[in-house]
Write a protein that binds this ligand. Structure first.
Ligand SMILES: C[S@@+](CC[C@H](N)C(=O)[O-])C[C@H]1O[C@@H](n2cnc3c(N)ncnc32)[C@H](O)[C@@H]1O
Length: 274
């Protein structure tokens, strides 16, 4: 087989034709579940509707775009450091919005630590992104900056995962409609609490997009995170724990809890109140 034939074959393979941001959104994100959760908790607490959301570590701005598309008066400001990711989001997520929705969203290519203190109803940091702060002091500084960007009736919503599997070097594969998603926890350090993880995608034609995303994080404990939030000036922190279905799998229902049995894998939202 000639070289050019080989090249053509590679070009025709699914991994080559797919886009990693598109796959990530399909595999990892469920923005409607996040917006529903945030709106409900906010309304229960403050008896009015949250309008302005700041999405830290916004990536492609999928959540922000969903936020403004769902309701007319809502606004969203997203922050992410990575220009390629943000630009993909502008071209693919924001382009789906009509001009009114588009006028109510802005994605800024910047460090979350440099976000101006524009008072907002909700700041969120999803998909464990805040684990990029490897030193407690850096995380405290970030939490303080979020605290000073919130209205008195405001919420900081962040998520985290844990459980015994979170401490294992392991790979988990999940079948999606037309690809598989692989979560690879390559390194877990018992001393530093650092975790090195990758996301890869495999396709029915046998082609692979290996290590499409890599995360070099420090895992924080649940109790420890609540204490750092309080140290940063929040008056209280609530934990919304995911329920399980009859097979023991997460059921997508998050309820306020103060105690929970540890399991192999759990996900929770933390809600910090000024
Ligand atoms: C795990 S992804 C999260 C994407 C999206 N928020 C989600 O929920 O799936 C983490 C994102 O954080 C961004 N990031 C990392 N450090 C950052 C920082 N200091 N300021 C802003 N964005 C940052 C990366 O560019 C990446 O897009």
């Amino acid at each position: 087989m000639g070289k050019s034939n080989k090249k053509k074959k590679k070009r025709d393979r699914q991994a080559f034709l797919a886009n990693k941001h598109d796959l990530y959104q399909k595999a990892v994100q469920e923005p409607e579940a996040d917006t529903e959760f945030m709106e409900k908790v906010f309304r229960d607490k403050f008896k009015h509707t949250p309008l302005v959301m700041r999405e830290d570590f916004c990536g492609t701005g999928f959540l922000s775009a969903t936020w403004v598309a769902e309701k007319k008066e809502r606004r969203a400001i997203g922050y992410d450091l990575d220009p390629d990711t943000v630009n993909w989001g502008v071209e693919n997520n924001l382009s789906d919005l009509d001009s009114d929705q588009r006028s109510r969203i802005e994605l800024r290519i910047a460090d979350v630590l440099d976000a101006p203190k524009e008072p907002v109803d909700i700041v969120c940091a999803m998909n464990f992104s805040w684990w990029i702060f490897k030193k407690r002091n850096q995380l405290l500084k970030y939490f303080r900056s979020v605290r000073s960007s919130l209205l008195d009736e405001g919420l900081f919503v962040l998520d985290m995962y844990g459980g015994s599997e979170a401490y294992e070097e392991m790979e988990e594969e999940r079948e999606k409609e037309d690809f598989s998603y692989i979560w690879d926890q390559e390194k877990v350090c018992g001393i530093t609490d650092e975790v090195l993880c990758h996301i890869s995608f495999h396709f029915p034609d046998g082609s692979k997009m290996k290590k499409a995303f890599t995360y070099d994080w420090r895992r924080y404990g649940m109790r420890e995170t609540q204490e750092i939030l309080i140290d940063a000036g929040f008056s209280s922190v609530e934990v919304y724990w995911e329920g399980t279905d009859e097979d023991g799998e997460g059921d997508g229902e998050f309820t306020l809890q103060t105690e929970a049995e540890n399991s192999e894998a759990w996900i929770a939202y933390l809600v910090a109140i000024p």
